[in-house]
Design a binder for this molecule. Sequence first.
Ligand code: NAD
Ligand code: TYD
Length: 356
Amino acid sequence: MILVTGGAGFIGANFVIDWLGAQDEPVVNLDKLTYAGNLETLASLQDDPRHIFVKGDIADGAQVSELLNRYRPRAVVNFAAESHVDRSISSPEDFIQTNIVGTFRLLEAVREYFGGLDAANKAAFRFLHVSTDEVYGSLRATEPAFTEGNAYQPNSPYSASKAASDHLVRAYHHTYGLPVLTTNCSNNYGPRHFPEKLIPLMIVNALAGKPLPVYGDGMQVRDWLYVGDHCSAIRRVLEAGRPGEVYNIGGWNEKPNIEIVNSVCSLLDELQPRPDGKPYREQISYVKDRPGHDRRYAIDASKIQRELGWVPAETFETGIRKTVQWYLANPGWVAHVQSGAYRSWIDSHYAVADAA
Ligand code: NAD
Ligand code: TYD
């Protein structure tokens, strides 16, 4: 089996659902259930014996060690993190605690567990750390996309804390021989995305008749990847990546934010027109810019294509259509996130394994 951390969040939950959809290898899912953790997202796995959910903190070394010794996973995939740049600006402390201290404690527990494995299990074991392109900083319009050789130049407390975690992961390979893999991925979008990030926020605000807040001039560029493609890339790196290596993951889809917002509006005009027949883009509202806002991210994903044969399956056009359709088909999920009712899902609907 594998141990996934942060598997009740956006990407982790998509990863667990895709994983168990494709094969029977069980998943132990360790998640602290912060505001970003939503067990309702995993409702389809509620009675599935291949999915063992454990509420807990990656920074709790004793709990992680107990889980490793109990379930003896062949791999750990670390998604757990504080992930929202705006929150990292208003309250950075949680980012330092989970992304840096948490990753350190997780690595320590894994190092101890790895040390006790026999030679065959050691050779097969992997620690895959899921990171972000934001560690590389901001690109000017004419600069080439980030390769794995770019210097780290993080600009927000979020990206700085992820950069620190990447360095720790690297050090545990070089110092202790832990077979680590690091992936640095561009902006994800897709189903089950918490509506504080750009794309889901625009969808749910548009449908609710609320303003669509575009920061600054809306010309910041992000490189968008459908979440299912990120999950397939992680599976591929886990399967065939070389220990100690870093793989950039991206969809070759650079777009300015305003173009993204316009695409969402056009799709909604087509799929669920406003009752008054007016276009959703009338709800766009330019607001004060984010402090220190990175201008452009772009990922050069040629290494993972060349070495591991991975390419994304979705174009932006197919992926964004699937995403908007998912939100239209799941108004209950959206309503529970917005009302906060998803927080009580754990008590009312889900049997949670006790790690103690
Ligand atoms: P998310 O915020 O949606 O989910 C994070 C999950 O981690 C939540 O379920 C939360 O409860 C859990 N968590 C937080 N602190 C924890 C802790 N101390 N112990 C255990 N669980 C904890 O984030 P996401 O968008 O799914 O991102 C997952 C990972 O992918 C993160 O490491 C992030 O840096 C990285 N990443 C995200 C993107 C993106 O566009 N969302 C892009 C590249 C990389
Ligand atoms: P976000 O989804 O928060 O991801 P990240 O900051 O990690 O790239 O934001 C994506 C882009 O959209 C970023 O340039 C900030 C911008 N943005 C807005 O213009 N309005 C919003 O309400 C949000 C949440 C983001």
